[in-house]
Design a protein around this ligand. Sequence first.
Ligand code: HEM
Length: 436
Amino acid sequence: ANAAGLNLDDIQADILIGMKKMKELFYFFGIDDVASFKTKLATDILPLITTTTQMLENSTQPITLLNIAFSQRGLDALNVSDSLGDSDFSNGQFNDATNLNDPGTTNWVPEFTGTGIHGVLLFASDSVDNINDAVSSLESAMGNSIKKVYSLSGAARPAPNAGHEHFGFLDGISNPAVNGFTSSPLPGQSNVSAGEILVGEDGDSGRPDWAKGGSFLVFRQLKQLVPEFNKFLTDNPIVMPNLTLQQGSDLLGARMVGRWKSGAPVELSPLFDDPVLGGDRFRNNDFTFAETTDQSGCPFGAHIRKTRPRIDLGTDDTGRHIMRAGIPYGPEVSTDEATANTTSTERGLAFISYQSSIGNGFKFLQQTWANSEFFAHGQGPDPIIGALKGAERDITGLDPTDTTKTTKLTTDFVVSRGGEYFFSPPLSAISGKLSV
Ligand code: HEM
């Protein structure tokens, strides 16, 4: 299948569509026996890799979907000397921890601070049993050629919260439409050239030929302090004459994200959630932030406005778009945790983004937009993912009754546990360059 020059049989499924399943396992591996790995990559892994074409139809999807991506160390191990032309990828995420304002090694999963992760296998299916079966069968096929370094199990939250991240907000609403792939962009969706997400495609250049149709995969294990977040909302309700305390707390949460839990944008529904709007994909992304100019709709610093400022920059054509394909991990908040307002079991977001340049994509959004106190209106950092080194985060605009009022965040409700930068190659490179 070809869509205006994109070879959808060659592009891995997770990049443009996302392997949306109830369960996903991220299996980080090291390569122990290079020669044997190369052979098995072509004979045992390649036939299992799910393509974009397969992903397009339910009937062509295997029971368990599989994708693979490599770190720079993995490419080095495979003796691939071509530069992919992305210095962030080459340096690895751990060397970026300071740039991203992560608190160094302190909170990082130890395996992400080491040098042993050469790649990641992404298994997605409707059940954990299916995934376990696929893992055991692949492990036995791979023998001693690889070893597991670390793994993380993701799962959609149970009904009625499937599709919502752990703070409770509907996720996966706004991803870019890709020229040559997305046939009918939805109202308000950004339109990007294929080369903004895929390397070597229209708008991207300077890569080795074999990499065309691949994409850089950013993986981040982002721990979410859910009871603490909820306590903060309870303690700081927005006080307005027509709102109950609970409604005031819900409003604060919605203004931090820029959307209500249903997905309804606060720009279009400023004071109360509107689940019908939230669930309507023809309307729930159809805004530019020009609807209100005084933060009575969306605060300048809301998470979705920081990470995609739309009209704030005059154009949405910023070259700073990412394709998100993450999934929650960890259990629901227990009664004990809710009572104590304290997290005792880790949960969060297994964040994945695809882009043709880490520096223009994930890293730019995190470093230059989310972490900045000044972008775009001097309102402080992103209240959800912004990280300031060691300082409290002071944010204005969250209270619609006085948008000059400063809200002080002394806890980071999202804590980076680290991750890695990977390259998700086209299938032709898996059978060619990487396995010979
Ligand atoms: C959108 C939550 C991390 C970038 C959203 C939405 C939610 C959300 C609820 C709205 C739903 C949607 O538009 O799909 C979270 C949580 C995070 C997190 C809880 C951490 C645990 C990140 C990170 C980045 C990011 C690390 C990038 C650096 C985006 C972008 C959008 C978005 C680009 C879409 C904006 C738009 O097009 O309107 N996020 N997010 N998010 N997030 Fe995050």
